[in-house]
Design a protein around this ligand. Structure first.
Ligand code: SF4
Length: 455
């Protein structure tokens, strides 16, 4: 775009956000930044003058999805119409300017430390934005616009990660953890609630370590203090935590969480594996007895907690015995929500250098076996909810029909877990309603309205 390019207010942009809820927070800031510069969003890439993709490069599958999306959008160019294509986030951060050589279709790359300046790349003023130092603006309240549901918003409490899990490339891509100031977060949350947010989802690489990187603080109390302040925001009805690291959840912390009003009794704790040998190999630092004690602690403090976890199969060093113990754990530990991954051999990670690689065929077999066990376990947990009256936050019309509403219980995280289909009424999005569970599947629920007075 040159000095005689059309003025921003005539430009339309199409934004795609890939990757985790943290990337979605960044995309919502980009949405706000571009509209603040006068550009207008469009859902149709064929009508856009600028195409922006917030990419992910965590694992091979995520990288492939990012590259495919960039190429698909480039393919929407026809004849003289050549919208500008901007790659943002983890893929440029990992591959730098090489990305422009690998993908000549891409016009500009914006790394993780330059997110606040995406608009300059979109408006053609910059081709490469890959500064080495974190942008101090992330310490200020971010202007953001909801990219999807306005009543459910993600609040990113810290950036990056200081842990060293053997299979993970994130610390190398993003750098050590940096918590955002509590005053910044409370102000950001206040704005989101002012814009209609009813549920706030706190996200980070490791939410449980919030504040521990700040001088003189330790894991636990800073997050509890922050939650206390957020829970006092008028209009907010539900707080949810994602990405809790097992070793941070000591008794004092779990008991402290129980005292937080509006906190969903939802524990997202990626365990990754359960044997001591694999914990050492993965550099996770959690022993099996710690995991069992943690689950016991949570169930002692919370009458009906929802526990979500993720597991990796096929990590170097995983033996048949390790896998059998993991399979037994999934069958017996009563985990409500289970996510599974096959280990991705990531260059630049400690696991990449490890021996005893698990052959792909065996990894796939273990993945399928564990998936079947996980589905059975989740189905049984869900079945126990039949006949119960639960509180559901309405998200809006169901994709299948505008005459059907969907929502989520406190046990269902947005875009990660299933939904509750509501029958017998058309309550508005953002409303909390009571519903009796009539049908269940491994992830979704069907709830009948009009049973009890609205909550
Ligand atoms: S906690 Fe481990 S898996 Fe999660 S981002 Fe940090 S290093 Fe990666």
């Amino acid at each position: 775009m040159t000095h005689d390019s059309p003025r921003p207010m005539f430009l339309r942009f199409h934004l795609v956000a890939l990757g985790c809820p943290k990337a979605r927070v960044e995309a919502e800031a980009t949405l706000a930044a571009l509209t603040a510069r006068g550009l207008r969003p469009t859902d149709d890439p064929r009508r856009a003058d600028v195409l922006v993709v917030h990419t992910c490069s965590f694992v091979e599958d995520a990288r492939k999805e990012s590259v495919d999306t960039l190429l698909e959008l480039a393919a929407t160019r026809t004849g003289r119409r050549r919208p500008r294509l901007v790659a943002v986030g983890c893929l440029p951060q990992r591959y730098g300017e090489d990305l422009l050589r690998m993908l000549p279709e891409v016009d500009a790359v914006v790394g993780r430390n330059d997110l606040a300046r995406v608009a300059d790349a979109a408006l053609g003023r910059k081709r490469v934005m890959l500064s080495g130092t974190p942008d101090t603006r992330e310490l200020e309240p971010l202007a953001s616009r909801p990219s999807q549901l306005g009543h459910v918003r993600c609040l990113k409490v810290s950036e990056r990660c200081s842990r060293r899990c053997a299979f993970c490339a994130i610390p190398a891509i993003r750098g050590p953890a940096r918590s955002r100031p509590p005053a910044t977060l409370v102000e950001e949350a206040r704005r989101m609630v002012g814009d209609g947010a009813v549920e706030l989802v706190l996200v980070a690489q490791d939410v449980s370590r919030y504040g521990a990187d700040r001088l003189g603080d330790r894991t636990g109390p800073p997050l509890l203090r922050l939650l206390g302040r957020l829970s006092r925001l008028p209009g907010l009805r539900r707080l949810r935590l994602l990405y809790l690291y097992p070793d941070a959840l000591d008794r004092e912390f779990v008991r402290g969480l129980r005292e937080i009003p509006k906190l969903a009794p939802y524990f997202d704790i990626p365990l990754q594996h359960v044997t001591d040998a694999m914990s050492r190999r993965m550099r996770r630092g959690t022993r099996r007895r710690d995991i069992d004690a943690l689950l016991g602690r949570i169930r002692e403090e919370f009458p009906e907690p929802t526990i979500r976890s993720t597991f990796i199969v096929g990590h170097p060093g995983e033996t048949a015995a390790d896998f059998s113990e993991l399979l037994r754990f999934v069958h017996t530990a009563g985990i409500d929500r289970i996510g599974l991954f096959r280990c991705s051999d990531e260059e630049g990670t400690a696991a990449f250098e490890q021996g005893d690689k698990v052959p792909r065929g065996i990894a796939w077999r273990r993945f399928r076996t564990l998936r079947a066990a996980a589905r059975t376990a989740m189905r049984e947990k869900q079945r126990a909810l039949r006949g119960r009256v639960v509180e559901v936050l309405v998200d809006g019309p169901a994709p299948e029909s505008e005459w059907l509403r969907i929502g989520r219980t406190a046990a269902q995280a947005p875009e990660i877990d299933g939904v509750t289909c509501l029958t017998g009424g058309l309550p508005p999005a953002g409303k909390l309603v009571a519903a009796r569970i009539t049908r269940t599947s491994e992830s979704d629920l069907v709830g009948e309205l009009g049973i009890e007075p609205a909550i």
